[in-house]
Write a protein that binds this ligand. Sequence first.
Ligand code: GDP
Length: 468
Amino acid sequence: MDRDTLAAMATPPGTGGIAILRISGPAAFPVLERLFVPGSALPAADSARPPLNLRPRRLYFGHALDREGQVLDQVLAVRMPGPCSATGEDVAEIHCHGGQGIAAALLEGCLAAGARLAGPGEFTRRAFLNGRLDLTQAEAVAEIISASSREGIRLAQAKLEGLLGRKIAALRADLDGLRQTIILAVDFPEEQGEVFDRPAFAAVLARTGADIRALLDAFRRARLWREGARAVLLGRVNAGKSSLFNALLGRRRAIVSDQPGTTRDYIEETVSLEGLPVRLTDTAGLRPAEDGIEMEGISLSRRLAQEADCLLLVVDCCQGLSGEERDFLAAHEEAVSSGRVLLALNKADRTKDRPPLARHSLPEGCPAFVVSALEGEGLSELARGIRQAVQSREPDAGDLAPNMRQAGLLETALEELTALAEDAQRGLPPDILGVRLDAAVDALDEVTGGSGTEELLDRIFASFCIGK
Ligand code: GDP
């Protein structure tokens, strides 16, 4: 493929120990030759130099020259011939001292020698176009760079190794097998009964569906490390949700008032609970709303509750559970049984001389914490409780977690396969089944970029930084 030669600093702007200039493309070595003189002897300014004879993938000490051929810096340089390089093309790197002036002069020399300044993610894009990486690996480059926790790094690393791409390829191979069966059945209608084994077809569909579901589960679990766990505060108006939200954050954020219905929309802040980022959300109260805006706030609370990793039902311990709160618990039975609903029995300071809410009146299966948002009592126990409640939703060691884009495509594939399984069970003819099968295969292909369009690539690489 006839491409131009890219150059960019691979290290961030600013000062540092070293900075790395990266060059990739057909002219990478001629450009390097113009900018680099190996050896410890200071090169004479206008001397004719013999052609560079650097062994591949070896680091050489020498001097970098600017565009006028003046010595600029002492550097290390390496040349990595394609196709076994990061981008699949000839790649050269110069490691100079980490000063902005040096980096700029070096880059200028590169451009003067015929290279072009690389756009965001362009090196990785070339690696993808040259078949060095599939799209899941290319995206993993961005993910591993932005990962801030050890767990986030581990999840991105597995993808960088190509494990997700391989998993998708295996699923696709299974679906290709089904496609072959369909083609045979269509071509030989009189032998359809023999070639089209419906139970076997259904078994493969069930297996691929289960595998995709496992990937989607891993996506949800990984969200915990990427975006933090989501804990939503719910409860009757005036139970003290906003006060508890502020107390857990350790500063004032939500408006506290004894006027019912102050938190109409919702407020979100992130706290670190024993190392896990937790996004706390304060919502409108659970009660029948009187006006439209608040009604929206309340239905929004219900939606947030569905997506939450942990629901914190804040109850005024002097008042006990209201009808709405009991209804809410009944409607979230699954969350209760999986230990995701916690009760915060608030305003414990008001019950100093009498016992708070009788334990036996509390719903079973919800860990309860006696707290006072006002005086800070019981807050660390509650924080630990939240941490524990979300623990079961953390990624497993062997998880292969797709990102948001990939998960969306996997959802599409799963929907198609589920509908396909139903159609097959209803006895629909093989040629009709082929349509859904193709749609599922297309979605899987888009995960790894097999059918990657320019527009898709633009969208993905736009979020990269220059030099990556
Ligand atoms: P929300 O409507 O559930 O968000 O409730 P707010 O946080 O706005 O609090 C409602 C009222 O209860 C305010 O007057 C708070 O000062 C008061 N309140 C909240 N938490 C406590 C607490 O732990 N103890 C006492 N005594 N009052 C509290």
